[in-house]
Design a protein around this ligand. Structure first.
Ligand SMILES: [Zn+2]
Length: 343
């Protein structure tokens, strides 16, 4: 088979849509979606690896495509059932984050609240792909979902993970793998959202994480060495190897408040180049929207994904606080110290 990325770029169906080698059988399910089944599974896991939910986040697409090609060629063993997804092929072809609306705000049925578009229909298709995949396995299967992204802006933490709302602690093996993938920080949501990982966690109890693996660049311009830890950890996982014993432990943050754009009057009081995890002291006016004002409530809050150019009703930024009990135990230089040294 031609590789997944070239096929998806061409918007073509492969001539041969299924096959097998000494390790696995594979099936082309839909545009940008391939399911792989090991002939001799060594773990009882069902793994979803998605990328390109935002079409211009190219590095993870290149990384996943390379792994998919090696699997299909029979060059990599496969330990578990695996679903590989390129999320938004139409936007990818235009090198845009999205065409009409951000797909990663549409999951959990929220696509129904958006005007009908190819992207709203794609969100439904992506929900169904995960549902079909997880439900076709046994009940005892351990479900994981890794959704790979790159951030729009620079960041005080180059690589970090965002985990959906969950009422109990995350399994240690999952957190250990995220450390091995080179994540410097983990952000824990405290409320539901329209992301793909929130959907897979809440509907299918998957261990789900949105991985932000650096800054978005054009196809062919990515420095893939930046992604080497994530690439190695993903390959090890797919082959059924243990990882993470000697990885450094990420700092932890939790979401304290969301800044929402409510109207055309919305003003975000941050510059275009404010980095993710920039710290703001208590009382700082962060944004205003008519009568509504967003201030820093705690002693120190850190901004994540500030973006004033979102549609009304959507998230224009998240404010985080540190998980002090966790972070004080880590003998690491804090982001505050790095920011002080830089200013
Ligand atoms: Zn993204």
């Amino acid at each position: 088979m031609q590789d997944l990325l070239s096929l998806t770029f061409a918007g073509e169906k492969p001539v041969i849509s299924q096959g097998r080698n000494q390790h696995l059988s594979w099936l082309w399910r839909d545009e940008g979606i391939i399911e792989l089944t090991p002939l001799h599974p060594s773990t009882n896991m069902a793994l979803v690896v998605s990328c390109g939910i935002h079409g211009n986040e190219t590095a993870p697409i290149e990384m996943v495509n390379q792994i998919a090609s090696e699997l299909i060629a029979g060059d990599l063993p496969l330990a578990m059932r695996l679903l590989i997804i390129i999320g938004n092929p139409a936007a990818m072809r235009e090198n845009k984050r999205y065409l009409q609306a951000d797909v990663n705000r549409m999951f959990g049925g929220r696509w129904q609240q958006f005007p009908d578009s190819a992207e709203a229909r794609r969100a439904l298709c992506l929900e169904q792909a995960i549902e079909t995949f997880y439900l076709s396995g046994s009940h005892e299967e351990l479900r994981w979902h890794l959704d790979l992204h790159t951030a729009i802006r620079g960041s005080w933490h180059t690589r970090f993970g965002v985990l959906p709302q969950r009422d109990k602690p995350w399994p240690q093996a999952f957190l250990r793998w995220l450390s091995a993938a080179g994540l410097e920080a983990l952000v824990f949501h405290r409320a539901p959202g329209g992301t793909y990982t929130h959907f897979s966690h809440h509907c299918f109890q998957a261990n789900s994480c949105t991985l932000e693996l650096g800054k978005a660049l054009a196809f062919g311009h990515n420095d893939l060495s930046q992604f080497s830890d994530a690439d190695a950890a993903l390959r090890a996982l797919i082959c059924g190897q243990e990882v993470g014993a000697d990885a450094s432990i990420p700092r932890r943050y939790r979401v304290l408040q969301q800044i929402t754009r409510l109207s055309a009057q919305f003003r975000l009081h941050m510059s275009k180049d404010t980095l993710n995890f920039t710290v703001f002291p208590q009382g700082t006016l962060l944004a205003e929207d008519g009568e509504t004002r967003y201030y820093v409530q705690q002693a120190r809050e850190y901004v994540l994904f500030p973006n004033p150019d979102v549609a009304c009703g959507l998230r224009a930024g998240l404010m985080l606080v540190e998980d002090n009990a966790h972070n004080q135990a880590l003998q690491l230089e804090s982001v505050d110290e790095r920011q002080q040294a830089a200013s």
